[in-house]
Design a protein. Structure first.
Length: 277
């Protein structure tokens, strides 16, 4: 088994943002985690290699995420030290189990939206969401995710895309055994179901390992989508508070050229308290 010490992730608008990410590969049927530190760049996002995107913000607070431990199949000892330095210079720290990354920064709410990746059988999906108040340092667990139930599969996320102001975060998730496109309203802390998600990013791994088209979907080892992997550029996009999702007859090797775009105005739908299918 491959042991690895995960690097520090720093999010700070005063300098170039750097983040840690994880690539997965299958070796002898076991999930092996490899981590790197890299400068954020569009080409890496376009390949779907970086599930953690930088938190876009305009305040002077600094968020530091130090992830360490072992992330192997059925042997996940990863922990994250979350350190916040406020604009006034106060420092707050929290220790969380799993690999924690930044999903968004809510300017209006003065908080970071954090996600935790953890082991779920052979999967390593996003399992939990937290809010970190950038003024008080208080850390709260989101209550928006469906509670654990013995009679259904728990909620887990595979990709995320936040609006620029951090008010909304779109997720590709599996909820009660169904793949869904959902949006987290970070102000009201509620999860809004939108519809079906686009297909996952094509990749060299999927091209070599997908034998049946039904296996090119979310949560499949053959497609390398059995963890929080992110989405390639342009498939999920925000235009203000309007979410755009791009659909096509995509396959393991490439995205289809013919695309259908669906749009949802989340401000309007959030006020109504529901999302139309």
């Amino acid at each position: 088994m491959n042991l690895h010490q995960f690097p520090t992730q720093v999010f700070n608008t005063a300098r170039e943002q750097r983040l840690g990410t994880r690539f997965h590969r299958r070796t002898l049927g076991l999930l092996v985690a490899v981590a790197i530190v890299t400068t954020v760049n569009a080409s890496a996002f376009a390949r779907g290699d970086m599930p953690w995107r930088p938190c876009k913000k305009t305040t002077a607070s600094t968020l530091k995420l130090n992830v360490s431990g072992v992330a192997n199949h059925e042997d996940d000892t990863t922990t994250t030290l979350v350190t916040l330095r406020t604009a006034e210079g106060k420092q707050y720290s929290h220790s969380l189990g799993g690999d924690v990354g930044c999903l968004a920064h809510s300017r209006a709410g003065h908080k970071y939206v954090l996600g935790r990746i953890g082991e779920m059988g052979a999967w390593r999906p996003l399992q939990e969401i937290f809010y970190l108040d950038e003024i008080t340092g208080k850390l709260e667990t989101s209550k928006a995710l469906p509670p654990w139930a013995d009679d259904k599969q728990p909620w887990c996320g595979f990709a995320a895309e936040a609006s620029q102001d951090g008010l909304y975060v779109a997720f590709v998730a599996i909820d009660d055994s169904e793949s869904r496109l959902e949006v987290l309203d970070t102000k009201e802390d509620r999860l809004l179901p939108v519809g079906e998600p686009p297909l996952p990013p094509p990749s060299a791994w999927a091209r070599e390992n997908v034998r049946r088209i039904v296996d090119f979907n979310w949560g499949m080892a053959e497609a390398r989508t059995d963890g929080f992997i992110g989405m390639d550029s342009g498939i999920l996009a925000w235009r203000g508070h309007v979410l755009e999702a791009s659909y096509g007859k995509d396959g393991p090797s490439m995205r289809a050229k013919a695309r259908k775009i669906r749009r949802w105005d989340l401000d309007k739908l959030a006020v109504e308290g529901r999302v139309s299918p």
